[in-house]
Design a protein around this ligand. Structure first.
Ligand SMILES: [Zn+2]
Length: 81
C-alpha cells in the first residue's frame, strides 16, 4: 500500500522530532562544562544534563572530550589546595 503525501509528512515529522530529542555532538559539547562541574560537585543532573550523560555513553568522541575536561578541572582544583 503506497503512502499518502500526508502519511509521509507525518513520518518525516516523527523522524525530525526523534532526532531533535537526541543531543548531537555540538549540543553535547555546549553543556559539557556544566555537566563536568555538576558531576564533580555530586549534584543532581537536570534534564539537559541527563541528555549529555546519555550522549557521552554512546559517543566516544564526546566521552574523550569529557574525560579531558574532568582532568583539567581536577588539575585546577588540585592547584588551589
Ligand atoms: Zn558526541
Amino acid at each position: 500500500m503506497p503512502l499518502t503525501r500526508q502519511q509521509i509528512a507525518m513520518l518525516m515529522q516523527l523522524v525530525a522530532e526523534t532526532t531533535s530529542d537526541e543531543l548531537d555532538c555540538s549540543g553535547c559539547l555546549d553543556h559539557l562544562a556544566e555537566f563536568a562541574e555538576t558531576h564533580l560537585a555530586g549534584q543532581p543532573l537536570s534534564d539537559a544534563l541527563e541528555e549529555v550523560r546519555t550522549h557521552l555513553k554512546n559517543c566516544h568522541c564526546c566521552e574523550h572530550e569529557f574525560q579531558s575536561f574532568l582532568e583539567a578541572l581536577k588539575g585546577m582544583s588540585d592547584d588551589s589546595q
